[in-house]
Design a protein around this ligand. Structure first.
Ligand code: GDP
Ligand code: IMO
Ligand code: MG
Length: 427
C-alpha cells in the first residue's frame, strides 16, 4: 500500500525537514506544502550543491514528481518568482505541468512585509517576536479578516485592484498615524506585483482535486510541513510563535483533503534543540557547549542568516509534539554534530512549582518558569558521518537513540548523519 506521509517539525523549526522531504520524495509521487510561507528555509544538499527553498516543495529536485502549494500557504509572489528563476538556472524543470498553486492560496503583499517590519521595529527589546520579516503574520491576519488577496485574483485584475483598495484603507491609517510611515496606493502596489502575478497565472490549479485524483490513481502523497510544532499559533510558545497551525492536522485544512488521507506522521527532530527568534527555551546552552554545537552544526537561519540558539534535547517538548501530531515515527537529524562531546544531557522532565512535570505547563509563558531535569548519557568520539547502518554506530550513539525511543514510545525510523541524501540510516 502507498502510505501517504506527513513530515512535521517537532520543535521550533529547522529540524532538517527539507533534507528528509527530499529524501522521501524519491518514494512519493506528489509533494504538498500546506501552511507557512517564505518564513520557511528548507535546505537540500545534493552532491555538494546546496539549494534553499522557501515556498516550492522540497520534492522539486526529483524531476518526475508533482509539487503542489495548498490554500493554507501564504505565498509571496516575488519570492516565488525568484525561486523559480533559481531552480531554472539549476536546470530543474518548474513548469505548470509539475508545480501548481491553489486558487485559494493567500498572497503576501508589499504592505504585509512593511507592517511586519514596522511592528517589530516599534516593539521594545523583550517584546520583539524576532519574526523573519516576511509578512507572514499580517497576511494571515488579512485572511482571517476577509480582506486577503488570493492567487485566484490574478485572473481578474479589475477585481484585484478593488480588493487592494479595500485592504489598504485601514492599513494606510496605521502607516500614516501610528507608524509615521508613507501610505501605499493600490495603484503602486498593483504596478509592483503585476509582473509576478502574470508569472503565477498558469500555475493556478484546484489542489484539492489534484490530491484526490492522485490518490484515486494509486499515487503516494508526501505533505511537507514548515516551521515546527512549538511555533504553532495555538499550541506553541505563544506569543513567540508563527501565525499558522504547524501541527500535522492542519494538512487537511491547508491542502484540501480529508483526515483519512493520512497514513503516517513523521516527526523530524534534531539530535539537540535549536530556536531562532525570541521566546522561552528551557534547555538553552549559553556556554561554550552551546557555542560548540552552534558552530559545528552551522546553526544559522536558512531564511534570515541569524545565529540559532542551541541547547540539549528536550523530551518534554517532544512528548507534547507526539501528542499534538500523533507522530508515528521520528526522523532524527544531525546526530553527527554531537560526535566529540564527552557527555550528553537529555531533558526528561521539568521542575515547576516544586513539582516534577512531564508535559509543558499550558499557560502563557509557563515554559519560561520551568527548570529542566536532565539525565546524562555518555557521548562518543568517532566521526559517524559515513556510517550506513544502525549496527555500525558507536554503542553510545545507539544508546542515545534507544533512550529517546524508550522515553517517548515512538520509534526512530530514520537517522541523519550529514546533509547529503547518502548520509542517512534507515533503522
Ligand atoms: P528545515 O527548515 O527543517 O528544512 O531545516 P534547515 O534547512 O533550516 O536547517 C537544517 C540544516 O541542517 C541544513 O543546513 C541542512 O543541510 C543541515 N542538515 C540536515 N540534516 C543534517 C545532518 O544529519 N547533519 C548535518 N551536519 N547537517 C544536516
Ligand atoms: P522552517 O520551515 C525556524 C520563527 C521566527 C520567529 C517566529 C515568527 O525553516 O523550519 P514569522 O516570520 O513566522 O512571523 O516568525 O517563528 N520561524 C522559524 N524558525 N524555522 C522556521 O521555518 C521558521 N519560520 C518562522 O524566527 O521566531
Ligand atoms: Mg529552516
Amino acid at each position: 500500500m502507498n502510505k501517504n506521509q506527513v513530515i512535521v517539525g517537532s520543535l521550533w523549526g529547522d529540524e532538517g525537514k527539507g533534507k528528509i522531504v527530499d529524501l522521501l520524495s524519491s518514494q512519493a509521487d506528489v509533494i504538498v506544502r500546506y501552511q507557512g510561507g517564505a518564513n520557511a528555509g528548507h535546505t537540500l544538499v545534493v552532491q555538494g550543491k546546496k539549494i534553499i527553498l522557501h515556498l516550492v516543495p522540497s520534492g522539486i529536485l526529483h524531476k518526475e514528481k508533482i509539487c503542489l502549494i495548498g490554500n493554507g500557504v501564504v505565498l509571496d509572489p516575488e519570492t516565488f518568482c525568484e525561486e523559480l528563476e533559481g531552480l531554472k538556472k539549476a536546470n530543474i524543470p518548474v513548469g505548470p505541468d509539475r508545480l501548481k498553486i491553489s486558487y485559494k492560496t493567500h498572497l503576501i503583499m508589499p504592505y504585509h512585509k512593511l507592517l511586519d517590519k514596522l511592528r517589530e521595529e516599534k516593539k521594545s527589546g523583550k517584546e520583539k517576536i524576532g519574526t523573519t520579516g516576511r509578512g507572514i503574520g499580517p497576511a494571515y491576519e488579512d485572511k482571517v479578516a476577509r480582506v486577503g488577496i488570493r492567487a485566484g485574483d490574478c485572473l481578474d485584475f479589475d477585481h484585484l485592484k478593488k480588493k487592494l483598495e479595500n485592504a489598504l484603507k485601514e492599513k494606510n491609517v496605521l502607516f500614516k498615524n501610528y507608524f509615521d510611515s508613507e501610505p501605499m496606493s493600490a495603484e503602486e502596489v498593483f504596478e509592483k506585483i503585476a509582473p509576478y502575478l502574470e508569472t503565477i497565472k498558469p500555475y493556478l490549479a484546484d489542489i484539492s482535486s489534484e490530491i484526490e485524483n492522485a490518490i484515486r490513481g494509486g499515487k503516494k502523497i508526501l505533505f511537507e510541513g514548515a516551521q515546527g510544532t512549538h511555533l504553532d499559533i495555538d499550541h506553541g510558545t505563544y506569543p513567540f510563535v508563527t501565525s499558522s497551525n504547524t501541527v500535522a492536522s492542519n494538512v487537511c485544512a491547508g491542502a484540501g483533503c480529508g483526515i483519512k488521507v493520512i497514513d503516517e506522521i513523521i516527526g523530524v527532530v534534531k539530535s539537540y534543540t535549536t530556536r531562532v527568534g525570541s521566546g522561552p527555551f528551557p534547555t538553552e546552552l549559553t556556554d561554550e557547549i552551546g557555542d560548540h554545537i552552534q558552530q559545528k552544526g552551522s546553526e544559522f537561519g536558512a531564511t534570515t542568516g541569524r545565529k540559532r540558539r542551541c541547547g540539549w534535547l528536550d523530551l518534554v517538548l517532544l512528548r507534547e509534539s507526539v501528542r499534538l501530531n500523533s507522530i508515528t515515527k521520528f526522523a532524527l537529524t544531525k546526530l553527527d554534530v554531537l560526535s566529540g562531546l564527552q557527555e550528553l544531557k537529555v531533558c526528561t522532565a521539568y521542575r515547576y512549582n516544586s513539582e516534577t512535570i512531564y508535559y509543558p505547563p499550558q499557560h502563557e509563558n509557563g515554559l519560561s518558569l520551568v527548570e529542566p531535569i536532565y539525565e546524562t548519557l555518555p557521548g562518543w568520539t568517532a566521526d559517524i558521518s559515513k556510517v550506513k547502518t544502525f549496527s555500525d554506530l558507536p554503542k553510545e550513539a545507539k544508546d542515545y537513540i534507544n533512550f529517546i525511543e524508550d522515553q517517548l514510545n515512538v520509534p526512530v525510523g530514520i537517522i541523519s548523519v550529514g546533509p547529503e541524501r547518502s548520509q542517512t540510516i534507515f533503522k
